[in-house]
Design a binder for this molecule. Structure first.
Ligand code: NAD
Length: 318
């Protein structure tokens, strides 16, 4: 048996990761969340009722609660954070709290545990977005890009700053305690149950109300379907050569937000003029990761095309 701890398990990536792990014949999965963002919906309830899954409703900002977690976790996927662009602008202090304190307490709690074999930290492309924008760093962007914050007075960077802090903390605590770690820099995962604050569900829900409005239409991104994001995550957790590494997880197929919206309308069989709005202040113009390192460490290649992934996502939301 392998005992996994997944933090942020009621959230988007955490739920799909815990769901996939729980289907392994020899796994035991501890799901931790406090529902600050993720939902205790029917799907999460069903997941937590499986024989090899345990639900722990814990606020990871609470050090005492973190120290009450079981000691014998072997692989920790630390995904809990306050994600979502709207949250960065509206709740920067909560973003900073939920994306820093849990990492501190978890590493302190499990660093000296003899059971722990790997600590995987969910980093983000936001942590280098300012470097790309301000210094014209290369795209697709590799893991060696310097991390930076463009403007501490813009609340948008509350998230990037706290996730950058998490990367440094993970690397240094792992060294201090002599533990293996992997930092996974996620880039725009998408799919069912991703909340309603990302570009895909936001556009879909507006379109459903008959409002074809799009924000940041000129920006470009690349999107990786959630099952591929989860497969890459698990492959990295199992790859010995991924220990001590920072690895991008995403797609290297760049697409404009306008083209993405047109593709969604096409899949839905909808027509109409889209009202185009600029992106909010601080938004990143282009973002595409290099996934060469992910490929060479794990042999990973995405299985779900953008069209197919959007179709599955649309089926879920509409
Ligand atoms: N989804 C992406 O494309 C993407 C991109 C870059 C980075 N990431 C990172 O991956 C991780 C997962 O992202 P997601 O999209 O699934 O986010 P999400 O918001 O859906 O899930 C995060 C979960 O963490 C939980 N959480 C937050 N603070 C907590 C606390 N103090 N105690 C317990 N639980 C807490 C939330 O309730 C939520 O369910 C995050 O760390 C995020 O920064 C995701």
């Amino acid at each position: 048996m392998t005992k996994y701890l997944v933090t942020g398990a009621a959230g988007f990536l955490g739920y799909h990761l815990a769901d996939t792990l729980s289907r392994e014949a020899t796994s035991e999965v501890l799901c931790v969340d406090n529902f600050v963002r993720g939902e205790c919906d029917q799907l999460y309830d069903e997941l937590c009722r499986r024989h090899n899954v345990t639900r722990l409703d814990v606020d990871l900002c609470d050090r005492t609660a973190v120290f009450s977690l079981p000691d014998d976790c072997e692989i920790i996927f630390h995904l809990a954070a306050l994600n979502g662009t709207q949250n960065f602008y509206e709740r920067p202090l909560d973003v900073l709290r939920c994306s820093t304190l849990p990492t501190f307490w978890l590493l302190e709690r499990f660093g000296s545990s003899s059971a722990l074999r790997r600590f995987l930290y969910a980093g983000t492309s936001e942590s280098y977005a300012s470097t790309v924008t301000r210094f014209g760093w290369e795209i697709p962007t590799g893991e060696d890009v310097p991390l930076s914050i463009d403007d501490i007075s813009n609340p948008r960077w509350s998230y990037a700053a706290s996730k950058m802090h998490g990367e440094v903390l993970t690397a240094q605590a792992a060294r201090h305690y002599g533990k293996d770690f992997t930092i996974i820099r996620y880039h725009n995962a998408y799919g069912p149950r991703m909340g309603d604050r990302h570009v895909v569900p936001d556009f879909l829900m507006r379109a459903k109300r008959g409002e074809l409005a799009l924000y940041g239409y000129e920006d470009t991104r690349s999107f990786l379907y959630v099952s591929d994001s989860v497969a890459a995550t698990i492959a990295l957790a199992k790859a010995d050569n991924a220990a001590g590494q920072v690895v991008n997880v995403g797609s290297d197929e760049e697409i404009s937000i306008l083209r993405l919206a047109e593709l969604m309308l096409d899949i839905c069989g909808m027509k109409g003029d889209i009202a185009l709005h600029p992106s909010p202040k601080g938004s990143v113009r282009r973002r595409v990761p290099s996934i060469t390192k992910l490929r060479s460490l794990t042999g990973f290649s995405p299985k779900v095309s953008l069209r197919e992934g959007l179709k599955r996502t649309i089926d879920y939301y509409l």
